[in-house]
Design a protein. Structure first.
Length: 288
């Protein structure tokens, strides 16, 4: 049986899925047609129910629940892993929570977790523009000599590169979430089609877990699959990326992870003044 599978070319995703899609483990009769795209593109495809299985931002989860449920394995969730708010202009001295009301903010996708976390911290900031995550540093550098105030929210490997480019951190949005909620940060999860049988959903989750275990078992060696898809990245940066985003929550969300996702949806409903509905979010635990 062939399934369509979407995830990003970032090292954490290619690290997690390498063994699965390249048959380094027994996939028990399943094969995968892979689509590598940035997470906002995957979010949009998920909203249309285009893929059988896909990485999504938790910020987009309420918009895809009619098509998908969340698997416990394969996602990115943890503490100290949140998006950063950065700028070419230094922060005002003595201010832990800068004023963004008069700034133009570059956000890595409208339906991303990063956008929701920014909105939680800065509900009055309205001047937003949406860009692919790897375009934000250049946008800030290009606007540094202009009169207008700009800032940007960065994710993925840009956390490790912005300082080398002369950009400065204004705020850690993940730390803000953790202080406000006490939960780990739900960044991205793996969504599986809701109309698949519970047995198939469980089988897919088990295979993803085995893929992660295989990757951990061979780490710190980097698979060629990770290296070939990383975007102009040193191997040390790839390992930093993996160390930050792939952890025990990638094996299984657990109770804490599930509670974090539930809280995230509650905040989404409050911020957007909508209801995500009453559909089950996670695949049935009795089939895991």
């Amino acid at each position: 049986m062939k399934l369509t599978l979407g995830f990003s070319p970032c090292p954490n995703d290619t690290f997690i899925f390498d063994a699965l899609v390249n048959h380094k483990i027994d996939t028990e009769g399943l094969s995968f047609e892979v689509l590598l795209e940035d997470v906002q593109t995957l979010n949009l495809r998920a909203m249309e129910g285009k893929l059988d299985l896909t990485k999504i931002s938790y910020g987009a989860l309420p918009l895809v629940l009619q098509h998908y449920m969340v698997l416990p394995g394969g996602g990115a969730l943890g503490k100290g892993v949140g998006p950063l708010l950065i700028s070419a202009q230094p922060a005002e001295p003595g201010k832990d929570h800068p004023n963004m009301d008069d700034h133009t903010i570059a956000i890595p996708g409208e339906n991303t977790t990063a956008h929701l976390l920014f909105s939680q911290a800065f509900p009055k900031a309205k001047k937003k523009i949406f860009k692919v995550f790897n375009e934000i540093e250049d946008f800030l550098l290009g606007s540094a000599d202009q009169a207008g105030k700009t800032a940007g929210v960065i994710i993925h490997e840009n956390r490790f590169t912005y300082q080398k480019k002369g950009l400065v951190k204004l705020m850690d949005l993940g730390e803000y979430w953790e202080k406000e909620t006490g939960y780990p940060i739900p960044l991205g999860g793996i969504a599986v089609r809701r109309d698949f049988s519970p047995a198939l959903q469980s089988k897919i989750n088990t295979l993803i877990r085995k893929s992660v275990e295989h990757a951990f078992g061979n780490y710190p060696s980097l698979p060629s699959y990770v290296i070939e898809h990383a975007q102009e990245m040193e191997e040390a940066i790839m390992r930093q990326h993996i160390d930050l985003y792939v952890n025990d929550y990638s094996l299984d969300l657990g109770t804490g992870g599930r509670m974090a996702v539930q809280r995230f949806i509650e905040i989404y409903e409050r911020e957007k003044h909508v209801s995500a509905g009453t559909r089950d979010i996670f695949i049935r635990s009795d089939h895991i």
